[in-house]
Write a protein that binds this ligand. Structure first.
Ligand SMILES: NC(=O)c1ccc[n+]([C@@H]2O[C@H](COP(=O)([O-])OP(=O)(O)OC[C@H]3O[C@@H](n4cnc5c(N)ncnc54)[C@H](OP(=O)(O)O)[C@@H]3O)[C@@H](O)[C@H]2O)c1
Length: 258
């Protein structure tokens, strides 16, 4: 057992986190502060080494790492009056809460931001983190792949890409599987083809890491072929720019300008 991890804010996202920690039971023991006993009990059933407490202070005491998973607007209230020790590391996963906002709330403890996403539940989350921190890496590492970013601006961009784009993949997959089913394929096959095609593309991008995405595209888009024909249509509709526009809008929202 390497770390005792306190979690404050046991809502929707904490459920994914606890699910991911359940797969690496030997790495962590969990101390939850939940205001909802029924929900806490359901989570407790997922993980052998889990304790549920009635106050945030109890969940923090004895923890080496504390994860704050309330909504951004609740972070200050959730941490109000909680006493932290210098050796503790507090990881906020609340989107948009900066280190400068977090640090005064946790006294002498070390502030870390991280953004894991829902696929922590299956230990496959890209996780952006700021700054590097050994204890945070030990706790979050088994939940996916940790990428340490350099500053708040990078973290905002990472949050947009990892946080929002992950979710946006699902309407896109829905759109593609609906299209496929409308061509007469059954829905199960349509879904499987969409998922396996995207997984195959991701798998090749990982396998061919030395190639740029553009190089991979060039190797696939035979002149006069079907991929090139499809891309003509995407470009005619400015279909790629729509995605970067969406991420720009998320960055603006995270910065409070939209
Ligand atoms: N959803 C995702 O996929 C995702 C991904 C990455 C990051 N996040 C981040 O995760 C955070 C939580 O999101 P969510 O979707 O899980 O929201 P949520 O379902 O509303 O959960 C937030 C939890 O915080 C608890 N809470 C609120 N005020 C509190 C306080 N003063 N003390 C202790 N607990 C308090 C709430 O408890 P009650 O139920 O008792 O009110 C609720 O269970 C957000 O900051 C979000 O940016 C979410």
């Amino acid at each position: 057992m390497k770390h005792t991890v306190g979690i404050i804010g046991i809502g929707h996202f904490a459920g994914y986190l606890i699910g991911g920690f359940a797969a690496v039971k030997d790495n962590v023991a969990l101390q939850l502060y939940s205001r909802n006993q029924e929900r806490a009990a359901a989570h407790a059933a997922l993980h052998e080494k889990i304790s549920v407490f009635d106050t945030a202070q109890q969940a923090v005491d004895g923890a080496s790492v504390v994860i704050v998973a309330t909504r951004p607007g609740d972070v200050q209230r959730a941490l109000s009056g909680v006493v932290f020790q210098e050796h503790q590391v507090v990881i906020s996963v609340a989107a948009g809460v900066t280190l400068a906002q977090l640090q005064p709330l946790i006294g002498p403890a070390t502030a870390v931001r991280a953004l894991p996403i829902a696929c922590v539940a299956i230990n496959k989350s890209p996780i952006v983190m700021l700054p590097e921190n050994a204890a945070a890496r030990e706790v979050l590492g088994p939940l996916g792949q940790v990428h340490v970013l350099q500053d708040e601006q990078q973290f905002t961009a990472g949050t947009a890409l990892v946080g929002a784009f992950y979710a946006l993949m699902f309407p896109l997959m829905n759109h593609l599987s609906d299209w496929t089913a409308k061509q007469g394929l059954d829905e199960t096959t349509a879904r499987a083809l969409v998922v396996e095609t995207i997984a195959g593309a991701s798998g090749m991008a990982i396998h061919d890491a030395q190639l740029s995405f553009q190089d991979i595209w060039t190797s696939l888009a035979v002149p006069g072929g079907i991929s090139e024909r499809g891309m003509e249509e995407v470009e005619r509709n400015d279909g790629l720019t729509i995605w970067s526009d969406a991420l720009d809008a998320v960055v603006a929202k995270l910065g409070g300008t939209a």
